[in-house]
Design a protein around this ligand. Structure first.
Ligand code: 5AD
Ligand code: FES
Length: 348
């Protein structure tokens, strides 16, 4: 069986059924090169050879949640905790600005210290100091009011992965106090409030099926997020999923192509998890339709503490070294790193 027909349909902008997506996913060995080719061509139509970089500031690894897969879950007493203070976040952004970054992503655990009041003042200071920069938040589930105030204070974008589209699967990845319905409602709220919104899921998390992955594609087509973050699940030694099998980089890369073809103008990162699962993962991601990289700007001293999974790459490198490394890697893919805000095509 060959999924070429489905691929051509998808590349022509036609909607696939769940069965067609499923056939592609099951038949990925034979169609992945063609999928990558079509995905790169599609990306080029919207963004040329540009790969956008976002400066990631992992500002707290304190988290009240206990997701079974995550290394900074509250229950992991072996994790060494840290929290950057607002002025440290600002200075981190300042260093990033000098390195050319024009998008900052503030990412952290759900840390109760970062109340609306404190987070709002960080957002305001960042936007006042760097009015030419885009600001992305990735701080988990908050109230509609909180999301609204943060938007009003100047946040432009929000990343909140739904992790899995399947409610039963969600319940197998999270403890009972975390709710699929709430996660999905948050995504909807973020879109309604006018954020450029990023959804996403882990690839190969325990219990995930090919059917689930086909449903992920249908869900993304319906939600139309401006950004989609996916990466392979990688076990962390101090979590309940320590002994589970890792997700595959190959499947992740193939899904990047399907996402590019499904949402042609989406902003699609080749993630650090992908670069961890395969030393050439990020390059392969770019060569399969991804167009965003998110190098780390966090201070060297805290980097090795933001460990969501084992063997995370780039934890020992200074931001400047990381950029130089990325530039060299990306040049080899025929793409070029650009530092502008790289808004979603719909928002330019
Ligand atoms: N492996 C891969 N990705 C993970 N994340 C959390 N833990 C892991 C893991 N063990 C991802 C989740 C989360 C994002 C910040 O990191 O998808 O949304
Ligand atoms: Fe970080 Fe290569 S990208 S060192």
């Amino acid at each position: 069986m060959d999924g070429s027909r489905e691929l051509e349909k998808l590349a022509a902008g036609e909607a696939l059924t769940k069965e067609e997506y499923l056939r592609l996913i099951k038949d990925r060995e034979s169609v992945r090169d063609e999928a990558a080719d079509l995905a790169v061509r599609t990306r080029q139509r919207y963004y040329g050879n540009k790969v956008f970089i976002r400066g990631l500031i992992e500002f707290t690894n304190i988290c009240k949640n206990n997701c079974y897969y995550c290394g900074i879950r509250a229950g992991n007493t072996a994790a060494e905790r840290y929290r950057l203070m607002p002025e440290e976040i600002l200075s981190c952004a300042g260093k990033g600005y000098e390195l050319g970054f024009r998008t900052f992503v503030l990412q952290g655990g759900e840390d109760p210290y970062y109340t609306d009041e404190i987070l709002l003042s960080v957002v305001r200071s960042l936007k006042e100091t760097y009015p030419d920069c885009a600001l992305t938040l990735s701080v988990g589930e908050r109230s509609r009011e909180s999301y609204r105030l943060l938007k009003e204070a100047g946040a432009d974008r929000y990343l909140l992965r739904h992790e899995t589209v399947n409610a039963k699967h969600y319940a197998a990845l999270h403890p009972a106090d975390m709710h699929y319905g709430n996660r999905m409602a948050c995504l909807k709220t973020l879109k309604e409030l006018g954020y450029q919104t990023g959804a996403g899921f882990m690839v190969g998390s325990p219990g995930q099926t090919d059917e689930d992955l086909a449903d992920e594609m249908l869900f993304l087509r319906e939600l139309k997020p401006e950004m989609v973050g996916i990466g392979p699940f990688i076990p962390h030694k101090d979590t309940p999923f320590a002994k589970e099998q890792a997700g595959s980089a190959e499947l992740t890369v193939f899904l990047l192509s399907l996402i590019r073809l499904t949402l042609p103008d989406v902003l699609l990162p080749a993630t650090t998890a992908l670069g961890t699962a395969d030393p050439m993962g990020r390059e392969k991601g770019i060569l399969s339709g991804a167009n965003v990289l998110m190098p780390n700007l966090s201070p060297a001293g805290v980097r090795e503490k933001y460990l969501l999974y084992d063997n995370k790459i780039c934890t020992g490198d200074e931001a400047a070294a990381c950029i130089a490394c990325l530039k060299a890697r990306i040049a080899k893919t025929g793409c070029e790193i650009v530092t502008d805000r790289g808004d979603h095509a719909r928002h330019i």
